[in-house]
Ligand binder design. Structure first.
Ligand code: NAP
Length: 440
């Protein structure tokens, strides 16, 4: 069977965490993969920067000439696992122009350039697959693209960044400060030396752009995604969240918003939010990822698993390689980019969510009513208020901390309320403003 079929030639670009595992699984599972595809996979070459004999693969497979590798006639599928946006963009475009199918895990590139890459794939009539770009091993791109193709996706809410989930889980479990939890994540290898892309939400925003594009058949880019990171989340916020029966998670949310006139918009946003402990996303801890999907007919679906790591990510990459190889052997192509809906992007100001606010106020009569009227003046309805008296070292009252939970309000109305609260003479500071998700 497979041995008599013409092999499918594969070029792997990158031999790092993921590339090494992809090459290993291709070798270890060669017979099974051949049987599933109907032809053997043949590794033609591996693109790296450092060509050397100590890299655990036959040195003759290694090359630093990526351009030549992707143009080889005996290469059918190019697997891009190099990382940075460049040179990956150039390499993928060159591969597509040469008629190769492409598999990539490069979310930063996809969130910037899906349109260009999809157009090039379309022109060459080849596959462009990227299951590993969002949530590592967890199948979420294919379920959204194919399994739910007959349904109407309403909302996708995911924990798609393991570093920040590790930090927030540590803060929740131990009461640690953000700085201490970040230091621990760094020491254990869960956070990079420069953690900006993770803790400021850029990585989660790139993944939100990819998910929103697929879920809503609309091109959404990283720049379209509203983004707040986790650096301002405090131990005090976690204590308040716990008292309210919640935890705090960095969420990537993609939502279909229906306006009063029936028209629709897409909201894509990333921020830390209070999540009730009863919500399935609340129990996703450590470096794990999960994506919660709500669709009109299917209802609620939860996808959970390892969102990063060499072998888990390689699993998703190999799944794409098998699909692309099958298409080569049997003829045909996978689904093309679907962007027919072309929904406008909703500005964050119009997006309604619930809010949690923590304020420090002076200990004076009438404080609560002054605070409450600033909410009421802007149509922001209060769901719950908690007040806690503060005392100094001698037990003398020095003010109070007020925690307010609102019903759903737009970002614009809430921002105006916060500005007005800061100007009140009875408010000494607005310590935190966080959204609350998963309650309605
Ligand atoms: P990595 O460990 O940093 O490996 C990158 C590899 O690319 C290295 O082998 C490097 O070669 C090669 N490379 C970089 N620039 C190159 C260039 N100009 N020419 C030729 N080769 C070049 O990266 P990784 O963690 O495996 O990640 C690969 C991709 O998967 C990234 O897009 C990442 O975002 C994505 N991803 C990773 C994970 C994960 O858990 N690691 C999860 C999901 C998605 P040298 O070895 O010679 O330096």
């Amino acid at each position: 069977m497979a041995e008599t079929e013409k092999p499918v030639g594969v070029a792997v670009l990158g031999l790092g965490n993921v590339g090494t595992e992809v090459v290993r699984i291709m070798e270890d599972s060669a017979e099974d993969l051949a049987a599933r595809i109907g032809a053997p996979l043949q590794l033609r070459g591996i693109g790296v920067r450092r060509v050397a004999a100590d890299r655990g693969v036959p040195v003759e497979l290694l090359t630093d000439d990526v351009e030549a590798l992707v143009a080889r006639d005996d290469v059918d599928i190019v697997v891009e696992l190099m990382g940075p946006v460049e040179p990956a963009r150039q390499a993928i475009l060159a591969a597509l122009e040469h008629g190769k199918s492409v598999v990539t895990a490069n979310k930063a590139l996809l969130a910037q350039s899906t349109g260009k890459l999809a157009t090039a794939a379309e022109k060459a009539r080849v596959d462009l697959y990227f299951e590993a770009a969002v949530a590592g091993a967890i199948p979420v791109i294919r379920p959204l693209t194919q399994s739910l193709a007959g349904d109407r996706v309403l909302r996708v809410a995911g924990i798609v960044n393991g570093t920040t989930n590790y930090i927030l889980s540590a803060m929740s479990e131990t009461g640690a400060s953000y700085d201490d939890a970040l230091a621990e994540a760094g020491a254990l290898g869960y956070a990079e030396a420069d953690p900006t892309a993770d803790v400021e939400g850029y990585d989660a925003a790139a993944k939100a752009a990819i998910l929103a594009s697929i879920a809503f058949h609309t091109r959404v880019q990283a720049d379209d995604v509203y983004r707040e990171g986790i650096t301002a989340v405090s131990a005090e916020d976690f204590a308040s969240a716990k008292a309210l029966g919640c935890t705090i998670k960095l969420l990537s949310i993609c939502e279909r918003i229906t306006n009063a006139d029936g028209s629709e918009q897409v909201s894509a946003r990333v921020y830390p939010a209070l999540v009730p402990l009863t919500h399935p996303l609340a129990s996703v801890n450590g470096a794990f990822n999960a994506v919660f999907v709500e669709a009109a007919a299917a209802g609620q679906l939860m996808f959970y698993g390892q969102g990063a790591g060499g072998a888990p990510t390689a699993s998703a990459v190999l799944g794409d390689v098998v699909m692309a190889a099958r298409n080569r052997v049997q003829g045909g192509r996978g689904p093309r980019e679907s962007k027919y809906a072309r929904l406008p992007i909703a500005p964050i100001g119009v997006v309604p969510t619930r809010y949690y606010l923590s304020l420090y106020v002076h200990d004076k009569p009438g404080v609560l009513s002054k605070v409450a009227s600033e909410f009421a003046n802007r149509g922001v309805s209060i769901a719950e208020v908690r007040q806690e008296g503060l005392v100094d070292e001698d037990g003398q009252p020095i003010g109070a901390r007020i925690v307010v939970l609102t019903h759903r309000a737009t970002d614009a109305a809430l921002s105006e309320t916060v500005t007005a609260l800061k100007e009140l003479d009875v408010v000494s500071s607005v310590a935190s403003v966080l959204r609350m998700e998963g309650t309605e």
